[in-house]
Design a protein around this ligand. Structure first.
Ligand SMILES: NC(=O)c1ccc[n+]([C@@H]2O[C@H](COP(=O)([O-])OP(=O)(O)OC[C@H]3O[C@@H](n4cnc5c(N)ncnc54)[C@H](O)[C@@H]3O)[C@@H](O)[C@H]2O)c1
Ligand SMILES: N[C@@H](CCC(=O)N[C@@H](CSCO)C(=O)NCC(=O)O)C(=O)O
Ligand SMILES: [Zn+2]
Ligand SMILES: [Zn+2]
Length: 378
């Protein structure tokens, strides 16, 4: 039965309140308006940023909402004026949009896009500043412009990347967030050169993707730092060459690293979201040139600090969103790269269904878990 132009009622996991279990509900998803695309979400993974917003610590978190931003699916229908995708195309929703027309996109200096950000930050669509999700008439907010914990979602056309239909959607859904973030932090934001010494704080999916990116960039040493020593064996597969557990050292971790590296590392990456670790990551960098990249998302109210002398003496502090990748232009090439070389399957530790989403979030706090992929239609 054709669904184009019709309201679709489907299953979605709704976050009614911070920290309260998600509830699988029958949700009405309105047809896409001008410049919008309705996507049948086949697979979605869970990212720690979903857990962060769900926790109530995200200043942009609005409830009730449909969370989720790391997914893959097929276009169900498109609104007026949409030319770059059509029904049947395989796509990855992109929480970081790319319009190619705004001041940010045209600058060539950033992957951030300004076109729809004001609407996606308050859980609505740009066209009419309303949500396309509702339950018996009650609006449910969107999240990050993606809301992939729903069997159908509506996204802006600037927030969807068309990909090679050969790619397995149950795998490449990971290219919607965590893996590109880590790879791009190394390749686009830090621009790590061959021979560099790299420190990676936090060996979850994002940190392991940093290690994978650093190995591909030819780093000579990749030092993994995590408070859970169980992470170390697996991290070797992703390129980590040495491990440090800060709990096993009396000295501050930055001092331990400076001592081990003849003055500090060339590049460090914070992949946790802990502001004290962000400071350590900066301060373990080599005087004169060491660069530290903040990747982790810290809760509202948290602030970073260091002695300005750390920067006066040549260390550089940076941050990255989606690894600096321009989403619509570059996600399709990441999918092509996946088909040839980059790891993705290796980050998937669990496969579950939408009905089990609360159990999937519980699993994320278990040290063995990297990414859980949910099959949305089983
Ligand atoms: N900037 C972006 O675009 C972007 C994109 C995706 C995710 N993120 C953020 O990146 C962070 C990492 O995501 P993830 O999915 O890899 O998370 P994760 O929870 O799987 O990994 C974090 C790791 O850090 C370790 N850890 C915790 N506290 C530590 C400490 N004090 N010292 C050393 N290690 C410690 C944990 O044991 C774990 O292995 C999250 O904050 C997430 O929100 C940012
Ligand atoms: N609303 C949050 C922002 C959190 C944040 O920094 N998000 C990252 C992506 S995390 C993906 O897992 C990001 O890309 N930020 C840039 C942007 O949102 O435009 C808060 O306010 O803390
Ligand atoms: Zn994410
Ligand atoms: Zn733009």
């Amino acid at each position: 039965m054709a669904t184009q132009g019709q309201v679709i009622t489907c299953k979605a996991a709704v976050a009614w309140e911070p920290n309260k279990p998600l509830v699988i509900e029958d949700v009405q998803v309105a047809p896409p308006q001008a410049g919008e695309v309705r996507v049948k979400v086949l697979y979605t993974a869970l990212c720690h940023t979903d857990a962060y917003t769900w926790s109530g610590k995200d200043p942009e978190g609005l409830f009730p909402c449909v969370l989720g931003h790391e997914a893959a699916g097929i276009v169900e229908s498109v609104g007026e004026g949409v030319t770059e995708v059509k029904a049947g195309d395989h796509v990855i929703p992109c929480y970081q949009a790319e319009c190619r027309e705004c001041k940010f996109c045209k600058s060539g200096k950033t992957n951030l896009c300004g076109k729809v950000r004001a609407a996606t930050g308050v859980g609505v669509m740009m066209n009419d500043r309303k949500s396309r999700f509702s339950i018996n008439g009650k609006p449910i907010y969107h999240f990050m412009g993606t809301s992939t914990f729903s069997q159908y979602t509506v996204v802006h056309d600037v927030s969807v990347a068309k990909i090679d239909p050969v790619a397995p959607l149950e795998k490449v859904c990971l290219l919607g967030c965590g893996v590109p973030t880590g790879l791009g932090a190394v390749w686009n934001t830090a621009k790590v050169e061959p021979g560099s010494i790299v420190a990676v704080f936090g060996l979850g999916t994002v940190g392991l993707a940093v290690a994978e990116g650093a190995k591909a960039a030819g780093a000579s040493r990749i030092i993994g730092i995590d408070i859970d020593s169980k992470k170390f064996d697996r991290a070797k597969i992703f390129g980590v060459t040495e491990f440090i557990n800060p709990k096993e050292h009396e000295k501050p971790i930055q001092q331990v690293i400076v001592d081990l590296t003849d003055g500090g590392v060339d590049y460090s990456f914070e992949c946790i979201g802990n502001v004290s670790v962000m400071r350590a990551a900066l301060e373990c960098c080599h005087k004169g040139w060491g660069t530290s990249v903040i990747v982790g998302v810290a809760a509202s109210g948290q602030e970073i600090s260091t002695r300005p002398f750390q920067l006066v003496t040549g260390r550089v502090w940076k941050g990255t969103a989606f690894g600096g990748f321009k989403s619509r232009s570059q996600v399709p090439s990441l999918v092509d790269k996946y088909l040839k070389e980059i790891k993705v399957d290796e980050y998937i530790t669990h496969n579950m269904t939408l009905a089990d989403i609360n159990k999937a979030f519980d699993l994320m706090h278990d040290g063995d878990c990297l990414r859980v992929v949910l099959n949305m239609f089983v």
